[in-house]
Design a protein around this ligand. Structure first.
Ligand code: ADP
Ligand code: ASP
Ligand code: MG
Length: 299
């Protein structure tokens, strides 16, 4: 069985939702799906998560969020309408989220609602059950992840369903408070689900055909890396390659589950396969890739 996580640009609008459905349906082993919030549709666009955080900051200052929140609502309503998903339940959810953010909901709760709403839409589009991360991703009250509880909850509540859509990025603690991973954290949720259901592979679907030897925004003609080890990945991501969240490595690596980074816009490309041990048929390349950190990262 496969766990497939789809990033924000992979689910930025209804056209992307259609691609995701084709990918999921092209392999009956893709059973547990982890979506991010809608990302940018073009370089000038705003990520839904960024707008939610902005709403939270405005509400904290006592400002009216309705104008900005309408922009968020429009993103989801457009997807639902294009895909003929009934919008009444969505409108109700949007109202609740807006009211909660306006009345001082926490930053984590506010930031997490993009994943929550997108997962509801994707579950309807795929015809898969929606499983709220609230019920299976367990945080401690100090904001750290409770790994053992999360593992148990996934096995108890998710596995018996045989398939499902689980929002990335957030979980709850025992007191009912929401917590999020750091930015890009849907990758971490995907890895935790892959470990919890003991997947054969963790697929991470994004907007590039896997890792390249350098960030393509800086070195446009850098080469794709077909395979690498978790150790090589750790070295690359610590040094600044932002394709995968660095905390998405440990759950799958320790469980012996490979990660495959693939492109939603080019689903036939095999992407980059990350394994515990080197899988090279011939001689391994001496240098896997080059990563670097800017003082301010490109967005
Ligand atoms: P998602 O929204 O799907 O999680 P991310 O934006 O988090 O996607 O990660 C994919 C992006 O990572 C690519 O669009 C690319 O610009 C950037 N990137 C940085 N370093 C690399 C690299 N070495 N190889 C490929 N992509 C890279
Ligand atoms: N939506 C969140 C973010 O923008 C989490 C993610 O995309 O993985 O950081
Ligand atoms: Mg990401």
């Amino acid at each position: 069985m496969k766990v497939a996580k789809f990033g924000g640009s992979s689910l930025a609008d209804s056209k992307q939702f259609i691609k995701v459905k084709n990918i999921v349906e092209s392999d009956p082993l893709r059973l547990f799906i982890v979506p991010s919030a809608p990302g940018k549709r073009n370089p000038e666009d705003k990520k839904v998560t960024d707008m939610l955080i902005e709403c939270h900051n405005m509400a904290k200052k006592g400002e009216d969020i309705s104008k900005l929140f309408n922009k968020i609502s429009e993103r989801f309503i457009e997807i639902a309408e294009d895909l003929s998903i009934g919008i009444e339940p969505l409108l109700k959810e949007l109202k609740i989220v807006e009211k909660n953010i306006q009345s001082d909901a926490s930053l984590a709760y506010s930031a997490s609602r993009g994943e929550y709403l997108n997962a509801i839409l994707l579950s309807k589009h795929l015809g898969f059950p929606f499983v709220d991360a609230k019920d299976i991703i367990r945080f401690n009250q100090d904001g750290s992840l409770s790994q053992s509880e999360t593992q148990n909850l996934i096995q108890e509540k998710l596995l018996p369903l045989k398939k499902g859509v689980i929002p990335g990025f957030y979980g709850f603690d025992d007191n009912g408070n929401c917590h999020v991973f750091s930015r890009g954290g849907s990758d971490v949720t995907g890895a935790l689900i892959a470990r919890g259901v003991n997947a054969d592979i963790y697929e991470n679907w994004t907007d590039v055909c896997g890792f390249r030897t350098a960030d393509p925004r800086i070195v446009p003609d850098s080469k794709f890396i077909q395979q690498m080890t978790y150790r090589e990945l750790r070295e690359l991501s610590y040094m600044g390659a932002s394709v995968l969240h660095e905390d998405a490595v440990f759950p799958v690596r320790n469980a012996g589950i490979p990660t495959q980074v693939r492109n939603t816009n080019d689903p036939l490309h095999p992407g980059t396969l990350i394994n515990y041990t080197p899988q090279y048929a011939g001689q391994a390349p001496l240098i896997t890739g080059i990563a670097g950190k800017r003082v301010s990262a490109p967005s």
